[in-house]
Design a protein around this ligand. Structure first.
Ligand code: MN
Length: 138
């Protein structure tokens, strides 16, 4: 049982995400499992302070809908984009990127991920502390 739910949160926190693909602690609640069309899935992700996912790519893109807190989105080789509640990020197919919280606070987004024969995500290397703590913000 999860006793750490934020009473103001829109969706429940769900289950702890695998540490294989995240640095720090994150929680995933599947909101819409892959349906009979097999083309997308929807989930809610809560990142605790300092948490971010690994560098990764989506074969058919992804949409982020920010619902709480402040965080970052960065594409490889570019400055990071600062994110806050109400922001929307449209992630193109095959673009290497990561998303996550700021060091000082938690961050929550809904993810809509397209699914293809190649799957939904290709996980790559962790975002190192050196990368994360030396971000250039656009
Ligand atoms: Mn992504």
């Amino acid at each position: 049982m999860n006793t750490q739910n934020d009473q103001n949160a829109i969706f429940s926190k769900g289950e702890k995400v695998s540490a294989d693909y995240f640095t720090g602690t994150a929680w995933l609640k599947i909101l819409v499992p892959k349906d009979e069309t097999g083309t997308y899935a929807v989930g809610n992700v809560v990142f605790e302070p300092g948490c971010r996912n690994n560098w990764h790519k989506h074969p058919a893109g992804q949409i982020l809908l920010i619902t709480d807190g402040k965080g970052y989105y960065q594409e490889k080789g570019k400055t990071a984009r600062a994110l806050a509640k109400g922001d929307v990020v449209v992630i193109p197919s095959h673009v290497e990127h990561w998303h996550g919280a700021r060091p000082e606070g938690s961050f929550t987004h809904v993810v809509i991920t397209n699914i293809t024969a190649q799957g939904a995500v290709e996980w790559l290397a962790p975002v190192t502390d050196e990368e994360y703590y030396n971000l250039k913000i656009e």
